[in-house]
Design a protein around this ligand. Structure first.
Ligand code: F0G
Length: 351
C-alpha cells in the first residue's frame, strides 16, 4: 500500500493533468539518492548520486515519457514517434505498450547500445535505422509528425520537460533544500532544461529556499554548446549524448547563465575513468554517458573549482546494463575451473 505511485500521481498538482486525464504510468521516479563515499572524500563535499537507471526502462526518460504518452493518449493519438540515441526509444516503446499505441523509432545506424535496441524490439516498436546521426533522426521525426498522424515524443515536446522536472522535486524533498551544485550530462539538453525548471518552481513557491548552480558536461567530440557551434559529425564512446545540434540549446544556456553555472566538456578517457570509478568504488553501474556528470565533477575538483563543504548532486542518467560492452572490454576473462573446491580456492587466492 505504500508503493511509489509514479511521478504524475506523486506530483499531480505541479503537472499539466486534470482529473479526467488517462494516466499512463509504469511507476517511474522515486529513484534512489545515494551518498557517494569516494566522490565525497575526493571533493570534501557531500556528493549524492541521483540514480536514474533505477527507472522502469532503466533511464530518466521514463519521467518525461509518462507525461508524453499520457498527453498523446488524452489527445487520442494512435501512434507515437521519436528520434533517439537509444534510451528515449526504449522508453517510448514501453509506454506505448501500456497505452495500447504503436511506436515508431528512428535511431542512428550502428550507434546505439545493444541493450537499448533490444528493449525497443521486445516492446514491439517499429524501428528504422537512419543513415545519419541523431540530429538527422530528429529532423526526420519532426517532418513525419508534421505530415502524418503520429505524435512526436522527443523532448521538443514540452510535456516531456514537465515530467523530467520532477527529479529536481525529489532531490529537494529528500535533502530538505536544493543542493549547492547540480551536475549532469548534456546531449539534446532537455534534461538540464527540465531540472532547472523544477528547481526554479520549487524555489518560487516554498519547498526550496534557493536554486543550485547547474553544471553540464558534454563529451569532447560532441560538444556544440561548449564550442558555440553545431558539430557536424559528433563522436564519443558515450553514444547516448552523441549529438551535434541540441534541440534545447538556448534553454541550456539559460539554465547555465541564470544559475551561475557552466557547461564544459569531458574527454572519452575521462568519461570511462569515471564510469569505472562509479562501478568499482561506489557500487553504482551506469552507462558511459551517465558518467559524464561525475567525470565533470572530478575535472572541476582537479581544477580547484569545487570549494569544500558543499552539497552536490550528480545525476547518473542510465543503467549500465544497457551498454555492457564497456564493462567487459579490457577486463580480464574469467578462468574456468572444475567442480573442485581446492582448485576454486586456489584460483580465488583464498588458499
Ligand atoms: N544520459 C543518457 C543516458 C541519455 O540517454 C541522454 C539522452 C542524456 C544523458 C542526455 O540528456 O538529451 O536531455 O541532454 N538521450 C536521448 C535519447 C538523446 O535519445 O535517448 P539530454
Amino acid at each position: 500500500t505504500h508503493q511509489w505511485r509514479g511521478i504524475i500521481e506523486e506530483y499531480r498538482d505541479r503537472l499539466p493533468v486534470t482529473d479526467s486525464t488517462p494516466i499512463v504510468s509504469l511507476r517511474e521516479g522515486g529513484t534512489p539518492l545515494v551518498p557517494a563515499q569516494v566522490l565525497s572524500e575526493r571533493t570534501g563535499c557531500a556528493v549524492h548520486l541521483k540514480v536514474e537507471g533505477a527507472n522502469p526502462t532503466g533511464s530518466f526518460k521514463d519521467r518525461g515519457m509518462t507525461m508524453a504518452i499520457t498527453r498523446a493518449k488524452e489527445e487520442g493519438a494512435k501512434a507515437v514517434i521519436c528520434a533517439s540515441t537509444g534510451n528515449t526509444s526504449a522508453s517510448a516503446a514501453a509506454y506505448a505498450v501500456r497505452a495500447g499505441m504503436v511506436s515508431a523509432v528512428l535511431v542512428p545506424e550502428g550507434k546505439i547500445a545493444l541493450g537499448k535496441m533490444g528493449q525497443a524490439l521486445v516492446h514491439g516498436a517499429k524501428i528504422l535505422q537512419v543513415a545519419g546521426n541523431f540530429d538527422d533522426c530528429l529532423d526526420l521525426a519532426r517532418a513525419l509528425s508534421d505530415n502524418y498522424p503520429v505524435a512526436l515524443v522527443n523532448s521538443v515536446n514540452p510535456v516531456r520537460i514537465e515530467g523530467q522536472k520532477t527529479a529536481a522535486f525529489e532531490i529537494v524533498d529528500m535533502l530538505g533544500d536544493a543542493p549547492d551544485i547540480h551536475v549532469l550530462p548534456v546531449g539534446n539538453a532537455g534534461n538540464i532544461t527540465a531540472y532547472w525548471k523544477g528547481y526554479r518552481e520549487y524555489a518560487a513557491d516554498g519547498p526550496a529556499t534557493r536554486t543550485p548552480r547547474m553544471w553540464g558536461y558534454q563529451a569532447s567530440g560532441s560538444a556544440p554548446i561548449v564550442r558555440g557551434e553545431v558539430v557536424k559529425d559528433p563522436s564519443t564512446v558515450a553514444t547516448a549524448i552523441r549529438i551535434g545540434n541540441p534541440a534545447s540549446w538556448s534553454y541550456a544556456l539559460a539554465a547555465r547563465d541564470e544559475s551561475g553555472g557552466h557547461i564544459d566538456e569531458v574527454t572519452d578517457r575521462e568519461i570511462l575513468r569515471a564510469y569505472r570509478l562509479l562501478a568499482a568504488q561506489e557500487g553504482v553501474f551506469v552507462e558511459p554517458a551517465s558518467a559524464a556528470s561525475v567525470a565533470g565533477l572530478l575535472k572541476a575538483a582537479e581544477q580547484g573549482k569545487v570549494d569544500p563543504g558543499q552539497t552536490i548532486v550528480c545525476t547518473v542518467t542510465g543503467n549500465g546494463l544497457k551498454d555492457p560492452d564497456w564493462a567487459v572490454a579490457g577486463a580480464p576473462q574469467p578462468v574456468t575451473v572444475p567442480v573442485d573446491s581446492a582448485v576454486a580456492a586456489e584460483r580465488l587466492g583464498l588458499a
